[in-house]
Design a protein. Structure first.
Lengths: 166, 286
């Protein structure tokens, strides 16, 4: 008998995202295409507010220019005793608007999540927010900021483990 | 002393010209960018947005839109066959030149580029607006055909060009040309299976044609680069290529309009087609 394979889900259930990020995903999913663009622009406009404050201190700072992005991106991480993350992100002027929007969304959506929860955020929320039309060749850097945030979390955890082992 | 001029000086307009004439009847200013949301964050007043991906490319097949879809695009942007279309955009006008080239594919002849593009407009402190203009729909007759044979080259054309030893211009970065990288700097997600260049192609990166501010170099400088250093001759069949056809549109514009070479074609399939296609000949150089 020919048994059809069950199709895998196209995207993760929203329950797999941190609550604040899930709320943002739900907001975008309910918007028509035009309003989605306008909302992305609004988030992009707020990206400068995600930059670290003048006197803020962090547990981990990772500022670099990678090939994957058109300008320098800095990730600043602070972890409280409950292992909740406070994120700040600095962006060079040449980064794409979608990258700016995603920075705002992630700073807001991941605020207060644990390190482990951030590490486990599936990237499939990106097309759910941005829509298939905008995720295309030449706009792939939209995934970049999440990758960098996870990389900073991983570096923090590795450092922590190394300190414990020492 | 011989003063060299651009072959068609009218095709290049300044930011000043756009500021003064962008709203004239019969003129439509068009922004085309790589950054997909850049237009939405602010654009020249009265400028419409043409998205290289969704407006100019077929949604399914790797090809341009049909003549019917092109006519609809023009109609909804208030463009008639007589409208002067002035293109500008980010990345030193890569996508503006690409959009202009696609307009030429459909036989729209009255086209111009704003020299220096969006960055120059902003650097001069000129205003942008977020207000999107609305124009009454026009009647744009469906073009009878696309000028694919005249200004566009396909892989087989490029192969024939290579075998015949005719001019092929590779406008990518030197690393891409040499085959030491299989993607453009800063675009690692656009890798191909093989690196190198089409046999016989000469390397003239698109950037050699522009100044630091994104404006085109002087006619004498361009003549030096393409005619004297590269050895291109007017009347020769010339094919330019890059990765997906946008940087080579820029060079196509330079050769066709600024230097007046009459037989230049843009191979828009470019390296993403050639470097992935089975059994295509590839050359690598040190």
């Amino acid at each position: 008998m020919n048994k059809a394979c069950p199709e895998p889900p196209e995207s993760s259930p929203s329950s797999q995202y941190p609550a604040r990020l899930a709320a943002i995903v739900a907001l975008f999913e309910g918007l028509p295409e035009d309003e989605k663009r306008e909302t992305l622009i609004s988030y992009a406009d707020q990206a400068a507010r995600c930059a670290p404050g003048k006197d803020e201190t962090f547990d981990l700072e990772d500022v670099r220019k990678d090939e994957e992005c058109t300008d320098t991106v800095g990730i600043f991480l602070k972890v409280n005793p409950a292992r909740q993350v406070h994120l700040r992100v600095s962006l060079g002027p040449q980064v794409q608007i979608l990258t700016k929007a995603m920075t705002s969304i992630l700073c807001s959506g991941l605020e207060g999540s644990t390190l482990e929860a951030v590490m486990e955020v599936p990237a499939d929320f990106v097309p759910r927010i941005v829509g298939g039309q905008l995720v295309r060749v030449r706009s792939q850097t939209v995934y970049y900021v999440l990758t960098r945030i996870k990389s900073a979390c991983r570096a923090f955890l590795n450092r922590e483990r190394a300190a414990e082992a020492a | 002393m011989n003063q060299i001029a651009y072959a068609d000086p009218n095709v290049l307009v300044s930011t000043d010209w756009v500021a003064q004439h962008g709203s004239d009847p019969g003129v439509r200013v068009i922004e085309s960018n790589e950054d997909v949301l850049l237009y939405d964050t602010g654009h020249i007043a009265g400028a419409v947005h043409i998205d290289w991906h969704t407006d100019l490319n077929d949604p399914l097949v790797r090809d341009y839109v049909s003549p019917e879809a092109f006519a609809q695009l023009c109609s909804r942007n208030g463009i008639t066959p007589g409208t002067t279309c002035v293109f500008y955009g980010d990345k030193a006008n890569w996508w503006a030149c690409y959009a202009l080239w696609v307009f030429r594919l459909f036989g729209h002849t009255n086209v111009k580029i704003m020299n220096g593009g969006r960055d120059k407009w902003i650097a001069e402190g000129r205003e942008l607006t977020r207000q999107k203009p609305a124009f009454a729909a026009t009647h744009y007759p469906v073009p009878p055909n696309r000028l694919d044979a005249e200004i566009r080259a396909f892989a087989d054309d490029a192969l024939a060009q290579s075998k015949a030893g005719k001019p092929l211009i590779d406008v990518r970065s030197p690393g891409e040309y040499k085959g030491t990288v299989t993607h453009m700097p800063e675009y690692p997600q656009e890798g191909v299976l093989r690196g190198g260049h089409i046999p016989g192609a000469k390397s003239v990166p698109w950037k050699t044609a522009v100044n630091e501010d994104g404006t085109f170099k002087t006619p004498a400088d361009l003549d030096q680069i393409y005619s004297q250093n590269c050895g291109l001759r007017k009347g020769e069949d010339i094919i330019a290529y890059c990765r997906i056809g946008e940087r080579s549109s820029h060079t196509w514009f330079v050769l066709t309009y600024l230097l007046g070479y009459p037989n230049v074609r843009n191979y828009d399939g470019s390296w993403t087609e050639w470097g992935n296609r089975v059994r295509m000949p590839i050359e690598r150089s040190a």
